[in-house]
Design a protein around this ligand. Structure first.
Ligand code: GLC
Length: 420
């Protein structure tokens, strides 16, 4: 609830789980308005964990946090430390009745860990922390989009939307409490702003709006959750390489297309063997004869390509990348239309936004078309690189929560122990 005012202070931990890596940060919000220090460590999220058992996940997370604290705090006995408030960026759809809990509705982004869907992840996390006697108090559980929004608004008060264009895609914005029927029972001030995580990766799960290709259908059917995240599966980083791969395999198998004829494409047949960086490299190839692309196919897939095949691959990458950028802009435009925002900044993070060539420019063109800006008029809504949402954003939300407890405003807070 509410925005930070730049005067938040203190030391916080943040834990970011939701994509390719697990990240632990310690953030010190400094006395100087809007300033902070951050130290962080990244841990690879082992692939087998993503489809393993609940307990293994929480044990692994707690181990990473323990390593982080032991490395950065030279203390013999962790129990001697005061409990550090932690903001947990859990980037999945969660039902929240409190800021410091979250019932996982369903896994997304290829995660499929048994025994967590339908459960509150806060006690599962807290049990693993308690077992190791780690000096931590879970203060806020947030989505990466909310963290991005709050962290960006911290330094730029024209930021109205926080987006992630990475392994998954999604956005958050601020709504007035009075406009949200499901929290009417809380009797919150109607004008009070509260963050809404849209979870719009699940837009059009009914498949009534967006035209899908046969490749979109295969990506969906072969995923751990068919029928879910329809929009995300067309645009997010996790799926771009897979769409590209499926098209090429199809063209090869359809002999009349003459693509990679006589070549061994066994490497290309392996699902998810290409990630979106493969497409990025193709789109970035600066050479007229696409020699970088040719080397990529030879080195990564053992396929020797001819000129027409290389041109086909380049065009295919452009089409997949352009569709992703333009559909991504639709999500931002939808929020602007709903909230009647005529101009604002949008904070965006994620590997696709930060690394995929032309993604930003293509998205900006699409926004202009959808929002009907006059010719020659500057961009009224600009999507900009965000502040670190899952680090600083999580810390700020933990700080805002503690501030509310101290002010005696306990609405939507589960655990106030040790704060008052
Ligand atoms: C998926 C998750 C969502 C997250 C997004 C970006 O769509 O369901 O919670 O914000 O990925 O990480």
């Amino acid at each position: 609830m509410g925005y930070p005012d730049g005067n938040e202070t203190g030391t916080y931990l943040s834990l970011d789980m939701g994509g390719t890596n697990l990240r632990v940060c310690e953030i010190v919000l400094l006395e100087e308005k809007g300033e902070f220090d951050i130290i962080q460590s990244k841990y690879r999220m082992p692939e087998e964990l993503k489809t393993g058992e609940s307990e293994e996940l929480w044990e692994y997370i707690a181990d990473c946090i323990q390593q982080f604290i032991e490395y950065h705090h030279e203390v013999e006995n962790l129990e001697q430390l005061d409990k550090i408030p932690l903001g947990f960026t859990f980037s999945f759809p969660a039902t929240q009745t409190y800021i410091d809990n979250g019932i996982l509705q369903r896994w997304t982004k290829g995660f499929d860990i048994s025994g967590v869907e339908g459960k509150d992840v806060a006690p599962l996390f807290e049990a693993a922390i308690a077992k190791r006697k780690l000096p931590i108090r879970l203060s806020a559980l947030i989505n990466d989009t909310t963290g991005t929004l709050i962290a960006s608004a911290y330094t730029d008060d024209t930021m109205k939307i926080g987006c992630i264009f990475g392994t998954g895609c999604n956005a958050a914005y601020m709504e007035n409490c009075g406009s949200i029927p499901k929290i009417a029972d809380y009797n919150l001030p109607p004008e009070m702003p509260i963050a809404i995580n849209c979870e719009y990766g699940a837009f059009d799960n009914e498949h009534v709006v967006l035209p899908r290709t046969s490749y979109d259908v295969i990506v969906d059917e072969d995923s751990p959750r068919p029928g879910q995240q329809a929009f995300e599966k067309m645009i997010a980083g996790l799926y771009l390489g897979e769409l590209f791969r499926l098209v090429l395999v199809d063209l090869h198998d359809n002999k009349s297309c003459n693509v990679f004829q006589g070549q061994d494409i066994s490497k290309l047949r392996k699902a998810y063997t290409l990630d979106s960086s493969f497409l990025s490299l193709i789109e970035e190839d600066p050479f007229e004869n696409l020699s970088d692309t040719s080397n990529l196919f030879k080195n990564e897939l053992g396929i020797i390509t001819n000129k027409p095949e290389l041109e086909l691959c380049r065009r295919l990458a452009e089409l997949i990348g352009t569709r992703a950028a333009r559909l991504s802009a639709c999500g931002v435009a939808a929020i602007c239309k709903k909230k009647d925002i005529k101009s604002c900044h949008v904070g965006a993070d994620g590997s696709v936004f930060n690394k995929y060539p032309h993604f930003k420019a293509r998205g900006a063109v699409a926004l202009r078309e959808i929002l009907d800006w006059k010719q020659g008029e500057k961009d009224l809504v600009s999507i900009l690189a965000a502040e670190d949402g899952s680090g600083v954003g999580a810390a700020l939300i933990a700080a805002l929560t503690i501030k509310r407890v101290k002010e005696g405003n306990l609405a939507g807070i589960r655990n106030t122990e040790g704060i008052i």
